[in-house]
Design a binder for this molecule. Sequence first.
Ligand code: TMP
Length: 214
Amino acid sequence: MSGIFLSFEGIEGSGKSTQAVLLADALRAHGHEVVITREPGGTQRGQVLRGLLLDPATQPALAPGAELLLMLADRAQHVQEVIAPALMANKVVITDRFVDSTTAYQGYGRGFDRALLHQLNALACGGSLPALTFLMDLPVSEGLQRARLRRGEMETADHFEAESVAFHERIREGFLAIARAEPQRIQVLDATRPKELLHQEILSTLQRVIFHVT
Ligand code: TMP
């Protein structure tokens, strides 16, 4: 496969979706063919899974094992249908969440064995792994506040946003631990900074690491 595979990760309200769109626009302006996508929900079947996973109105709550397996089903379909073909066609693929979200949320958050998750992620990815991952890091209180503002007070928090602050703290620490273990792939960004500055930092990292421009 010869395209370029990039992912954005972070807790709720970290601004990763905004940065993914800014990056896609910048790369398109430089003539790259870009596919921007997300998990869960990057395919039509995945949209159905996203509804099952996130809709707070679906009661009783999903069993943690069902949550994990639906995330993986979403990923397997997403890789086969969207990511792998785009990489084969030499495109740049930017995904808003990928394997690290499973390690952070289902591993550090729900407590599933991380070695098991590693194997399951490998099965779902079929060898497609990001060359570079941007981890948007910020305090949980700030992220949850931003997520609340974005959805508006009248709408109910989704399945994950409604979890305890302690859960989200474990996710943040989990992401940082993953980044410490893979510093060559994962670039940690201080997501409290203005979005234009973050965009510039993302562009210069990409030039240095992927395009080897100094
Ligand atoms: P978001 O795409 O709007 O951030 O919402 C997706 C939610 O799903 C978010 O709370 C993180 C969660 N999630 C997992 O728990 N595990 C996963 O593997 C993925 C991709 C997402």
